[in-house]
Design a protein around this ligand. Structure first.
Ligand code: NAP
Length: 242
């Protein structure tokens, strides 16, 4: 496994992140399973090992700069570079209320994880990703991020109006575009992924897609060829409108 590519997945202990780890593990990647809870991370790692996947847990809370810096040091000491970063950790705290009823604290806490956490991890890991010959960054966005779809009464999710979660994912798309602009003269590709409405704890398992289906676009963007896109927004069918 000495030559295998190294991938860090935030929030890799369950849901789409865990399934992404499983799929990339079967492609021969060395999996660094980010988990804010060490016990949950170890349980997930043990499950991957039963499938002969090379996995290691890294304790990483995306809202805690100390754990981010410690993750950078561990990866630097052990591997010296990072090939793929999957910014998967995310949460939804809207509680189903319309925008005018949303508590500021819930908006703030959503942004702490979904936006500021993603920013902090990306910023901290970039020096290691630049040392990879073909770095890839995948940001877990959502079709609910799309301002085009949110403004379209014909859209499948027009009835949803979860300001904290949806606008945090729109902000993530902006981060994708702006980091891609900065990195356009490097070999790094950074894209937003829309996994579709996937059955996980995030939505009380109301999603109608399996985690296998949800993770497939994430894996595709993590393994893009050198002539692949950067600064884009994709689901399994292709480009998603901003
Ligand atoms: N499911 C969908 O339909 C859907 C659709 C579009 C986009 N997405 C996105 O896909 C990503 C994965 O979601 P999921 O559906 O797989 O949900 P999930 O099963 O609830 O998993 C979320 C993961 O994020 C972790 N996490 C939350 N806050 C964190 C923090 N501060 N630091 C580190 N990890 C943290 C969770 O850790 P704990 O186990 O410790 O809570 C968990 O591992 C999210 O970004 C979500 O917004 C999901």
């Amino acid at each position: 496994m000495g030559n295998s590519k190294i991938v860090l997945i935030t929030g890799g202990n369950k849901g789409i992140g865990f399934e992404t780890a499983r799929q990339l593990g079967h492609l021969g990647f060395t999996i660094l399973l980010g988990s804010r809870d060490e016990t949950k991370g170890k349980e997930a790692m043990a499950a991957l090992k039963t499938e002969n996947i090379n996995a290691k847990v890294i304790t990483l809370d995306v809202t805690d700069l100390d754990t981010i810096q410690s993750a950078v040091k561990q990866i630097d000491d052990q591997y010296g570079s990072l090939d793929v970063l999957i910014n998967n950790a995310g949460l939804s705290l809207d509680g189903g209320v319309p925008p005018s009823q949303l508590e500021l604290v819930n908006l703030r806490m959503t942004y702490e994880t979904n936006v500021f956490g993603m920013f902090s991890v990306t910023k901290a890991m970039l020096p290691l990703i630049k040392k990879s010959p073909a770095g890839r960054i995948v940001n877990l966005s959502s079709g609910l991020a799309s301002l085009t779809l949110n403004s379209d009464p014909e859209s499948e999710f027009y009835g949803l109006n979860l300001l904290a979660y949806m606008s945090s994912k729109t902000a993530i798309n902006a981060l994708t575009v702006l980091f891609a602009k900065e990195l356009r003269d490097t070999s790094i590709k950074i894209n937003s992924a829309d996994p579709g409405f996937t059955s996980t704890d995030l939505n009380g398992h109301r999603g109608y897609r399996s985690v296998e289906q949800g993770a497939s676009i994430v894996v595709k963007l993590a393994t893009l060829a050198n002539d692949g896109p950067t600064g884009g927004f994709f689901d399994e069918n292709g480009v998603v409108p901003w």
